[in-house]
Design a protein. Sequence first.
Length: 174
Amino acid sequence: MPAPFAVIFDRDGVLNEDYGYAYEPAKLVWIPGARAAIKRVNAAGGLVLIATNQSGIGRGYYSEDQMHGFHDAMKRQLAEDGARIDAIYFCPFHEDAAEDRYRQADHPDRKPNPGMLLRALKDFGVDPKRALMIGDKPADMQAAAAAGVDGYLYEEGDLEDFLLDAASRTGLPL
């Protein structure tokens, strides 16, 4: 059996439109090609992992439960396509958090730190060389590099096309 491979996606601005602190399921709008990209990874036997900073929780803009509701909506819509997300890692910590429990400067999980990526790779037994990350910010690329994962900066366009190009450069079987 071949070693597992993974595609780690940032969330806002990569999978869904980033309108600023996205947490309301009714406002979920997928990036063009995002659902197809996830389904393609699933069909190829890869893992779909999300690593997302969620400082809006720490800042008191929305709760963890509301974020989970947004994720549940994503999962339900993907299931309609026969697709799935294998795990979602999130970091609510921020140095300016409104709540003490979320206030921490330079938390190891908060990108550009690699904590979420390292944990995801470990949880699923994925070699960093068998993974890639797609993000839309320099912090995503820094986290990927620190985790030993190839990172690709998505700016616009069809995400499935972008994924196929990134996978071909990384050598993943998509």
